[in-house]
Design a protein around this ligand. Structure first.
Ligand SMILES: Cc1cc2nc3c(=O)[nH]c(=O)nc-3n(C[C@H](O)[C@H](O)[C@H](O)COP(=O)(O)O)c2cc1C
Length: 168
């Protein structure tokens, strides 16, 4: 499976739809253990003169420990035919099972950054900044109550996009 590198500006597709409707996987690895989980919240843009991805991971996710322990991770996008697999990556936990093995997805690496080989687009990211959301800083309490009844606030990662890979 061959991927080719493009610049972020050459990426085709609507990133609003790609994250919110099509979903993505965040993949991280630490101590030789890799895991991926589904994400549909997040964003992409420019910050500190870098092109970046914003991802949000709740502390109870197994992926959280891996993103915390690693400097790099990937955000990857898929064709519609993998919807079922993305649903599984978003409901089962890598704490209990090997989600790659269960789905038949294959772990690949580029420059030491892990990503699933079945992806159509891969963003390789390097953590620049991380911040756990706080109750006090929510300006709209309605959003806070709705999204965090358990107060399990996401950690936001701002990741510099190191490389964009697209399937040939
Ligand atoms: C469509 C969809 C979107 C999701 N988006 C997020 C997200 O942005 N952040 C998050 O922390 N969890 C999100 N989740 C939940 C995790 O993917 C889910 O809890 C997963 O099982 C965690 O796996 P892990 O324990 O192996 O890390 C989403 C789940 C689905 C199905």
């Amino acid at each position: 499976m061959a991927f080719r590198e493009i610049t972020p500006y050459e990426l085709e597709g609507n990133l609003f739809k790609m994250i919110a409707k099509d979903w993505a996987l965040i993949t991280a690895e630490a101590d030789g253990k890799a895991n991926a989980m589904t994400i549909s919240w997040g964003g992409f843009g420019q910050l500190w003169n870098e092109l970046v991805a914003f991802t949000f991971v709740r502390p109870q996710r197994y992926t959280y420990g891996l993103t915390e322990a690693s400097d790099v991770y990937s955000v990857s996008f898929y064709e519609e035919k993998y919807r079922k697999e993305l649903g599984y990556f978003g409901s089962a936990s890598g704490r209990d099972e090997d989600k790659f093995q269960k789905t038949g997805f294959h772990l690949a690496h580029e420059d030491g950054v892990p990503y699933p080989e079945e992806a159509k687009v891969v963003l390789l990211c390097q953590k620049l900044y991380a911040h756990t959301l706080t109750e006090e800083e929510f300006l709209c309490k309605e959003v806070m109550e709705k999204s965090y009844p358990e107060r399990d606030f996401h950690k936001m990662y701002v990741g510099k996009i190191l490389k964009v890979l697209v399937r040939e």
